[in-house]
Design a protein around this ligand. Structure first.
Ligand code: SAM
Length: 280
């Protein structure tokens, strides 16, 4: 008999997929952490029942959270990741040769510990000498820092629980302060198809525009995330992502991706009209 899991995107819709085996379940201080084996997506990590990553398509989200900002910066050396406990984002950041240090601030150490057991292809990145893992609240961590990072990537859960504060203007302001001259901030910014998230997307964009000289929204098609269309918001102190020669930088840095490429670097910023209406 097949077991099924539904990742509810709203009370009236969700993604249902077959589970062949439940591999791990534990409750941390912050959330329930489950790993399941599935015939369609391989191993899947769920936090509080919400799909975080799958073996089959984690590359889409992690490449698209990381590379547009990293490529838009001429030589990112110091990078900060907030959240990202599965280490999929670190793995992509380290592909950029100019990177000298990546600090990852994940509030829940158990997420990384479990990912080490079930997603070692991602967590092996933590052994790179350039990586520093900090297990703390990203909101508190940032408050102490001024002008340190070239790129900050916010790889958070949805705006509930400990992640709520990562969607507030005060946190975005702290990110601005923690960025060096020419710094770039990029945040995962939910799905424009989910009605309850539209105000979240709009407020993030409005707050970012009040703080940064440039804000660019782009999208990616992520089949396993809510409703299949995902947004990211990039806020930049100086560099304009649409004015960089992405092809030249991708080649020079030796990136090899499964989703991101030079054409997508530009095309991803072209948004459907209903999305423009949300953020306008
Ligand atoms: N790719 C996933 C997505 O887009 O849904 C998110 C990946 S990662 C698993 C999200 C991480 O954010 C979780 O491990 C969670 O513990 C962490 N997180 C939530 N709030 C946080 C905070 N205030 N500071 C640091 N990490 C936080």
């Amino acid at each position: 008999m097949t077991n099924w899991h539904t990742d509810y995107h709203s009370p009236n819709r969700g993604l249902t997929f077959a589970i062949s085996e439940s591999l791990y379940t534990e409750k941390s201080r912050y959330q329930s952490i489950e790993i399941v084996e599935t015939p369609e997506f391989g191993k899947v990590m769920l936090l509080d029942g919400v799909l975080m990553i799958t073996e089959k398509d984690e590359f889409v989200y992690h490449e698209m959270l990381c590379h547009p900002s990293m490529i838009s910066h001429p030589a990112p050396q110091n990078v900060l990741i907030i959240g990202g406990g599965d280490c999929g984002t670190i793995t992509r950041v380290l592909e950029h040769p100019s990177v000298q240090k990546v600090v990852q601030v994940e509030i829940d150490e158990m997420v990384t510990r479990v990912a080490e057991q079930y997603f070692p292809q991602l967590t092996k990145a933590r052994n790179d000498e350039r990586v520093q893992l900090v297990f703390d609240d990203g909101i508190a961590y940032l408050k102490q820092l001024k002008g340190v990072f070239d790129v900050i990537l916010v790889d958070s859960t949805d705006p509930v629980g400990p992640a709520q504060g990562l969607f507030r203007k005060a946190f975005l302001q702290d990110c601005y302060s923690a960025l060096a001259e020419g710094g770039i901030l990029c945040l995962q910014s939910e799905s424009p198809w989910i009605d309850s998230l539209k105000p979240v997307i709009r407020k993030m964009n409005c707050d970012l525009r009040a703080i940064f000289p440039q804000v660019h929204v782009y999208s990616a098609a992520i089949q396993t995330y809510q409703a299949g269309l995902w947004l990211f918001q990039m806020a930049s102190k100086l560099h304009n992502p649409l004015l960089v020669d992405a092809a030249e930088r991708i080649t020079k840095r030796g990136l090899s991706c499964q989703y991101y490429n030079a054409e997508l670097h530009k095309a991803a910023f072209v948004l459907p009209e209903f999305v423009n209406q949300i953020i306008r």
